[in-house]
Design a protein. Structure first.
Lengths: 414, 414
């Protein structure tokens, strides 16, 4: 089964929000072996909506549409959908009661505005996807053997409806073709060296097994995809690749490096602590964003001011005076200080000039020192990123995790 | 001028990465009054690429394509582009020298793989968009009065080429139609109440000025867009809305609440500190992600373990024993403790059960206490989110910023 996703709303086109909904839907459908072949973001005009529905329904079996179901005027979606299917809008009594109930809970002494009442309008004869967590109902429409789902764009409402209304429906559909994915997360080899190292395995892949490279800062993710049945199953090639890449393999499934770190540290009863200056909490939030992080993370310090670096982390006044906050000596003292403070086995420290301000001829924007301290030693690296603030922070975080992983693997093999 | 963006690569369709490139390009084009009318994400197959180019070129004047220019096999983009325009691929000497130079810098003792050499191949007669920061060159092609730009998908390379190669080109184009946007960030009013409160202003808008609502957790962003000339300019309506919304207005330009907080605190010489448990550094990284944060932020503590809450923040053992870590008393002591520790004027503290583990019948997943401590008082709120870990964290962060903003505005008017 092939699917397409259509997102409605100027906010994505204007770049005011990033379309994370579609990525999430893509993941969910992929798990059900439904291939998303196109994602289309369009404006909330009748013409754009009709055209997109028309084109998508010619290419795909399942069309999932998000957005354009809010209570305010800028939404013409429902009228357009109704006309597209040659239907009227009708007010759904159950949805109206639900919307009224939610409204009364929030504002018991006010009368519900008409725009909210209109949220209970749905396309005639559609299957209402009841929205327990918000006011905008979803709609499911089957038309000429094609399935259409219309969902609100608010991420947690969309996720609720996909999880509880749409996926159960799709799981019952027997026509799904088998697709199997296998992943390897590798570290320490650039994309082209990696490609050369595994060229013979890649060349031996059968027609229906495809290898894709997804390079990220400091690591490369490999994805093997088997479409349909295969005489030699995808697991065979997966194992070959894992064996060939040896200690470059961080994980043999599709996890982030943060997940790999949290799992490995929790398994080995190790604790990590962080002392962040230029990354300002991003390393800690990357780790604590992973479920189960509390087993291996107790404490992170965002030491933005030198006073905090001294008082909390024990960075020496002389160090800051002689070398400055962005220096190898400072990150070493930060890393060792927080490790001690938190009673951890490993620690990460960062100090740098994220930009756009704060650069000097000596230490231009993008100058970043990272220290990783472990059981046996403290290692440092100096980076010269040349990007904007957000990317400098992101790359520092990625490099810090890569350094930590390398030390962890190294210590483990000792 | 109308534009479309096409992103190539299975990673977006599979949901393995979120398409943040398109949002960024949308923002840049919008500043030049170029309207992005569609964003299309497709697979890296010749058929999908040809079809997308064909459809987009019928609708838009400018087509920006990202992705599919990496050095490895899964990329058929360049061959397909060349055929689409009826051209051949030719190897560019200047690009080849650049790719070789970059390679030698990284691996001076190795011979460059063939896949890297092929990165210097470009479509015959195209204008090469020289890529100073990476190996994949961009290409600019004019065909039947339509402009096509092909860019690598690596975000910082794409951004480099857009900023330094494409925007300068577009700025010279005289045919651009005038579009003006004005924004209001409002807090404390739900979307429908807001709509009712400003209904008469909205109804008085001329045809060519459009009002859009973008609700986010805890706030609503309003956008007025004027297309072409207007007798009554958009600023008039913007001022009317600002006046009507009064103290609900956080900002009169398109900024995030983090930006508004950093600017306001820096202007007023105020310092903020954070003590985070369930948000794990996300509040600190939200603040420090804003350029200039160092003027108002010195210190953040991620106190994941109770020991850290006690030792660093001064949370009392009795408090933790009697009420638990997720309690009003704990977040009050965390907020007041970090304020004192950091010597700050305001502080935020969070403690909750982000999930998916850790819930109890008494305190289910999504139970979150937030405290905000200011010049005169400490205020708390209890939330019952019912989402997954990432969203629970995101919503906690958003609510914490909203609480902080409200206290700041309240204190200021006192």
């Amino acid at each position: 089964m092939n699917a397409e996703i259509i997102t409605i709303g100027d906010e994505i086109l204007l770049g005011q929000i990033v379309d994370s909904n579609s990525a999430w839907i893509g993941q969910q459908l992929n798990l059900l072996n439904i291939r998303v072949q196109q994602i289309t973001s369009i404006s909330d005009t009748a013409e754009a909506i009709s055209n997109a529905l028309n084109l998508a329904s010619k290419r795909a079996d399942l069309i999932i549409v998000t957005g354009g179901l809010g209570p305010t005027k800028d939404d013409v979606t429902k009228q357009t959908i109704a006309s597209y299917f040659g239907k009227k809008l009708v007010r759904d009594a159950k949805v109206l009661a639900h919307v009224q109930g939610l409204f009364t809970r929030i504002a018991p002494d006010k009368i519900m505005p008409k725009v909210n009442q209109a949220q209970a309008d749905v396309v005639e004869d559609c299957e209402v996807l009841f929205n327990d967590v918000g006011t905008a109902p979803g709609m499911w429409i089957t038309d000429k053997d094609k399935y259409f789902a219309f969902l609100p764009g608010v991420p947690f409402e969309m996720k609720f409806l996909v999880t509880n209304r749409i996926l159960p429906k799709l799981k019952e559909n027997a026509s799904l073709q088998l697709v199997e994915h296998r992943h390897i997360i590798s570290i320490g080899l650039g994309e082209s060296f990696l490609a050369e190292k595994i060229a013979d395995i890649e060349n031996s892949l059968p027609e229906n097994i495809k290898l894709a490279y997804l390079p990220k800062v400091g690591l490369v993710r490999l994805r093997l995809s088997q479409i349909g049945e295969s005489d030699v199953p995808v697991d065979f090639y997966h194992q070959q690749l894992v064996k060939r890449l040896g200690h470059h393999v961080v994980a043999t499934k599709d996890v982030s490096i943060e997940q790999a770190i949290v799992e490995a540290f929790a398994n080995d009863n190790l604790k990590l602590a962080t002392a962040e200056s230029c990354t300002g909490g991003s390393i800690a939030s990357g780790i604590t964003g992973i479920s189960g992080a509390s087993a291996m993370f107790d404490c992170g310090i965002v030491a933005y001011h030198n006073r905090i670096k001294q008082n909390l982390l024990g960075v020496k006044e002389e160090t800051l005076k002689e070398f400055g906050a962005v220096s190898e000596k400072t990150v070493i003292e930060m890393a060792e200080g927080v490790k001690k403070l938190a009673g951890a086995n490993y620690s990460i420290a960062t100090s740098g000039i994220a930009g756009p301000g704060g650069g000097t001829p000596d230490k231009p924007v993008g100058t970043v020192w990272i220290a990783v301290s472990g059981k046996y030693e403290t290692k440092t690296k100096l980076f010269h990123f040349r990007n904007d603030r957000a990317i400098n922070i992101e790359r520092t975080v990625a490099q810090a995790f890569a350094m930590l992983w390398n030390m962890y693997v190294n210590d483990k093999s000792n």
